[in-house]
Design a protein around this ligand. Structure first.
Ligand SMILES: Cc1cc2nc3c(=O)[nH]c(=O)nc-3n(C[C@H](O)[C@H](O)[C@H](O)COP(=O)(O)OP(=O)(O)OC[C@H]3O[C@@H](n4cnc5c(N)ncnc54)[C@H](O)[C@@H]3O)c2cc1C
Length: 358
């Protein structure tokens, strides 16, 4: 009998498993052949402290020191630039305020990103306080912590049945059974499916597809130190990535849980929005992908024991914030189980609890 069975080997499951491995024996079950195959392998890998609902921002803030320092740190400077084109002034003002951006003179913005189309761009906001996350390293650091504490991380383990038994849970994978006192549901887009298998009421999460195109850098430019650049109201963004550019239409198409892929028209929409404010016409894609950002009904994370079945723990609804919130979210999971006082305040804990939906 294991203490904790964690279903899902994305950032949510592996970070929760790392924290829980200090409290008892942990086994992580991941359906795919590698950790981070789904949403966690497809993110834009940003840390932006102001991004998300108040409870998400509280998690971002509480995660920052860990991301900066633990195991040598996983953050590197990026910066964030908001580009207005005169047609979206209300959204521009909202984003300036919500993300605490400073107005930036056009000359200064052009010095930073020389391909900005100065005829199309009317206003710019910027702050340096946004970072790239080394997401692979973060996942591997958490996995190492699980193993160092005697836990197991098992791939190719698709859970097909979940039964509540007298002393906990029985989980079936192929012909093999696993038993545990507590079950941690960190199955990303599939969390409601796991809940239904377990006889627990689903939350009504909404997996939403987001697509990314990877394109060559504009000829003659070294883009590596450019900031993440985005349009008002989160309708597109572009981000340097190993000498190339990622361009996303920032889509949020509601879909069923699946192995997501991008549609050409959606990628073209993002590229057109980017080209409208840049002196760069994209002629070729190097690659593209899509991933599912899974939101709870109020778009905030869901962390804690199910109110009706307390041995069933939700670590769900990470939306577009799963990496930047993972240190504090996983610490909260462990604090709620161990009864240790949390660094998060009671309001935030209440806003994250699954009990808010019952
Ligand atoms: C395009 C894009 C950009 C993003 N940008 C950022 C960003 O800049 N910063 C940020 O912090 N976040 C970002 N995100 C969000 C972040 O990637 C997600 O919030 C996070 O990866 C979710 O992690 P997860 O572990 O919940 O889900 P997943 O990574 O999807 O993991 C869930 C796992 O559960 C497994 N599973 C499901 N069913 C079963 C079963 N029956 N048995 C066993 N295993 C099962 C799946 O195989 C999967 O591996 C972005 C996401 C996308 C798609």
């Amino acid at each position: 009998m294991t203490d904790f069975l964690v279903i899902g080997g994305g950032i949510a499951g592996i970070s929760a498993a790392a924290r829980l491995s200090h409290l008892g024996k942990v086994v992580v079950l991941e359906a795919e052949s590698a950790l981070g195959y789904h949403a966690s392998g497809r993110s834009a890998a940003m840390f932006e402290e102001t991004y998300g609902s108040p409870s998400t921002v509280a998690l971002n803030q509480a995660s920052r020191a860990y991301l900066e320092t633990a195991n040598g740190g996983v953050l590197s400077p990026r910066g964030l630039m908001l580009i207005g084109n005169g047609q979206d002034m209300a959204e521009f003002s909202n984003d300036m305020k919500a993300m605490a951006l400073e107005p930036m003179a056009k000359d200064e913005a052009l010095a930073m990103v020389p391909i900005l189309n100065s005829d199309a761009v009317t206003q710019v906001g910027y702050h340096a306080d946004a970072f790239d996350i080394d997401t692979d390293l973060l996942i591997q650091n958490f996995a190492r912590e699980v193993r160092a504490n005697g836990g197991e991380v098992l791939t190719n383990q698709r859970v097909s049945k979940v039964l509540q038994v007298v002393d906990g849970w029985q989980v079936v994978v192929d012909q093999q059974d696993f038993k545990a006192k507590m079950l941690v549901n960190a199955a990303g887009a599939w969390v409601d499916q796991i809940a239904i298998m377990a006889g627990v009421a689903p939350l009504g999460v909404s997996p939403q597809r987001r697509s990314i195109a990877r394109v060559p850098a504009p000829d003659g430019y070294d883009v590596r130190n450019w900031p993440l650049i985005f349009g008002p109201g989160e309708h597109w963004y572009a981000k340097p990535d190993a000498g190339k550019l990622l361009i996303s239409p920032a889509d949020e198409e509601v879909v069923e849980p699946h192995d997501a892929w991008p549609e050409d028209l959606m990628l073209a929409t993002g590229i057109a929005r980017y080209e409208a404010v840049m002196n760069h016409s994209v002629t070729r894609l190097e690659s593209s992908w899509a991933g599912l950002r899974t939101f709870s009904p109020d778009r905030s994370l869901v962390i804690g024991p199910d109110p009706k079945v307390p041995s069933f723990l939700w670590v769900a609804g990470q939306g577009g914030y799963g990496f930047q919130t993972s240190p504090a979210a996983s610490q909260l999971v462990s604090d709620l189980i161990s009864g240790r006082a949390s660094e998060m305040d009671n309001d935030a804990i209440r806003m994250l609890s699954p009990a808010r939906f019952s």
